[in-house]
Design a protein around this ligand. Structure first.
Ligand code: FES
Length: 89
């Protein structure tokens, strides 16, 4: 099974702007994985300062999907990105 690494910044700014909601959405996606027949394990890594952005407050929450940084991330943009990578194969 392939694996996809998703890093979610959990600094104060990012948490205040919804980082934990994004983590919950990704976990929900993991639970749906079997029903959707995704052959990819999504690994969530919660860490601070995952990107080189200097305007942390303005860019938060920040999520990195397979090394690609998403600034001002939302559950929708992150799950859409994950699904697009998974379904590309
Ligand atoms: S550490 Fe979270 S936005 Fe920079």
């Amino acid at each position: 099974m392939r694996s996809l690494e998703v890093k979610v910044c959990v600094c104060t700014h990012c948490v205040m702007n919804g980082a934990m909601d994004i983590v919950e959405s990704i976990e929900g996606l993991q639970k749906l994985k079997n029903q959707l027949r995704f052959n990819t394990a999504v690994k969530i890594i919660a860490n601070e300062c995952i990107c080189d952005k200097t305007e942390h407050g303005e860019c938060s929450p920040i999520v990195s999907v397979k090394g690609e940084c998403i600034a001002n991330a939302t559950s929708e943009t992150v799950t859409a990105k994950i699904i697009s990578i998974i379904t590309k194969g």
